[in-house]
Design a protein. Structure first.
Length: 278
């Protein structure tokens, strides 16, 4: 079984981005905004901070606790309007009490994660300014690993805001035969469909959701899930049971995540270049 090294690919991407921007007198600045529990998203925010520091970009983290939720839109709007921030990222998922409609205050020119409805609309109309980072990361991982998509049976678990809705049309465009499965589907139906897949991509956000019974021998498994289990970061795949059946797997942590962050910062650079006509 091949265990994909996402950190290695991410570093290669970041080295190229640094080479591109190292001579710039002025550089992008990223604002990351989070709500609720600091612990739940701390690893991803730390990863983004370290990436910004590596590239020499500005970075600010704005965190708001539960008592500030009623002003979430107001706070985010103020951050978006700050000229010093060329990109604004809101850490998802949002906690109960914060409506996802607040994401619509982020204009596409400052939206490297395609969080706003307008940015999503541009994507589905073929006019997006940037590529969705996690979807782009998964496609790059498959390409770098010489895993072809044409005529392959692909099962995609989850049609969520950051992964599934962006990835599904790209998989279809690449010639894959895609089945999207979401929570609520019967267990027997899931087993019947997923156990026939050549490639399983999971972004369900449910720890150890993908078991050996759901994976056919020799399948490729891409784990884009994220959960905290007993305080530890874990993905959707039950590693111990799946490792003896899959021919390829992305670990959590260290698989899709680092590459998605690298793709996010590639978008930060694209948006900065568009704004500054570089």
């Amino acid at each position: 079984m091949i265990v994909f090294d996402g950190k290695k690919l991410a570093q290669k991407i970041l080295d190229d981005l640094k080479a591109e921007t190292s001579a710039w007198k002025n550089k992008p600045s990223v604002a990351v905004v989070s709500f609720g529990s600091k612990e739940e998203n701390s690893s991803y925010i730390t990863q983004k901070r370290k990436t910004a520091e590596f590239l020499g970009f500005g970075f600010n983290h704005y965190h708001y606790a539960k008592e500030d939720f009623f002003k979430a839109r107001e706070y985010l709007n103020k951050i978006v309007k700050m000229e010093k921030h060329s990109s604004v990222v809101v850490q998802l998922p949002l906690p109960a009490g914060v409506n996802y409609s607040i994401l619509n205050v982020i204009p596409p020119q400052k939206d490297p994660d395609l969080l706003s409805d307008k940015a999503v609309g541009l994507f589905f109309n073929g006019r997006s300014l940037v590529d969705p980072p996690t979807a782009a990361a998964i496609l790059r991982i498959l390409d770098e690993s010489d895993i072809a998509l044409k005529d392959k049976q692909v099962v995609l678990f989850g049609y969520g805001r950051l992964v599934g809705r962006f990835l599904m049309p790209r998989l279809v465009k690449a010639g894959a035969i895609v089945t999207v499965l979401e929570k609520g589907i019967g267990k027997n139906d899931i087993l019947d469909i997923s156990s026939k897949a050549d490639i399983i991509i999971s972004a369900a956000g449910e720890a150890n959701f993908i078991t050996a019974a759901m994976v056919k021998d020799g399948a490729a498994v891409v784990d884009a899930g994220f959960s905290l289990l007993d305080g530890k970061i874990t993905g959707d795949v039950d590693w111990d049971s799946v490792k003896d059946k899959a021919s390829f797997i992305t670990p959590v942590p260290g698989g899709v995540g680092p590459v998605a962050v690298a793709e996010l910062f590639a978008n930060v650079i694209k948006l900065y270049k568009l704004a500054n006509k570089k």
